[in-house]
Ligand binder design. Structure first.
Ligand code: NI
Length: 226
């Protein structure tokens, strides 16, 4: 599980949220898997709405320019981001995300390795609405600043706590990673982060930095599935 700050600036997040809330929303069960529908009470932007397409482009561009996201996710295919909102009394009960997602418009299908939520509402504007993820190291509650992303394995059970005041608007997505195995992907991320730090300290052509860089890329070659 990883917090990635400032995928959007707080101003960009506010602008995006203002544009989204002015659009037409529908019942969130439009994208649920069969088991999830009963537990889900929220609203969602239709996948084919013009506001959705414009917002998808802003978010996708921001993700592709974020070095931390690219290193942590090693994305193969990102399912087009979607948008939801939770007002008072709305919630999404404990569930696991469907293993496979089909994109109706393009016929594309992905295996969901990672799920992500990009928070668009500042945390002090609503109560409740935490994203609660049951991981190996226990249950964690997440409520991030507007513009920050939570990246977590799609294999986890997770839920969204009921909103009791205000409104929580966010963007959510699934992606297939080049490295399916969570532990392998997390080790690659740790190694890459250390190589980046060492490279800053010693320079990218330092002999040991070069060896670790080589090791990183050769592990990616070994584990990546295209
Ligand atoms: Ni989910």
């Amino acid at each position: 599980m990883l917090h990635i700050p400032d995928v959007l600036t707080s101003e960009e997040a506010a602008q995006l949220r203002d544009r989204l809330v002015a659009a037409q929303w529908v019942d969130g069960n439009a994208t649920s898997g069969a088991g999830a529908a009963e537990a889900k009470r929220n609203r969602q932007l239709p996948e084919d709405a013009p506001a959705t397409h414009a917002a998808q482009q802003s978010v996708s561009r921001a993700l592709m320019n974020n070095a931390t996201f690219l290193s942590a996710a090693l994305p193969h295919t990102i399912f087009p981001p979607l948008f939801n909102r939770y007002g008072p009394g709305e919630t999404f009960g404990l569930h696991v995300d469907n293993a496979i997602r089909y994109h109706a418009a393009t016929g594309a299908r992905i295996r969901t390795d990672l799920s992500a939520t990009l928070f668009l509402t500042p945390p002090d504007e609503y109560e409740g609405g935490e994203l609660i993820v049951e991981g190996n190291s226990g249950t964690q509650r997440h409520k991030l600043p507007a513009g920050s992303l939570l990246l977590y394995p799609s294999t986890t059970l997770h839920r969204v706590a009921e909103v009791t005041r205000g409104e929580r608007v966010s963007c959510f997505m699934w992606l297939q990673s080049l490295v399916a195995d969570n532990a392998a992907r997390e080790m690659l991320f740790d190694l890459d982060q250390s190589v980046q730090t060492l490279s800053t300290d010693r320079g990218a052509i330092d002999a040991e930095v070069l060896k670790l860089t080589q090791l990183y890329h050769n592990l990616v070659r070994r584990w990546a599935q295209s």
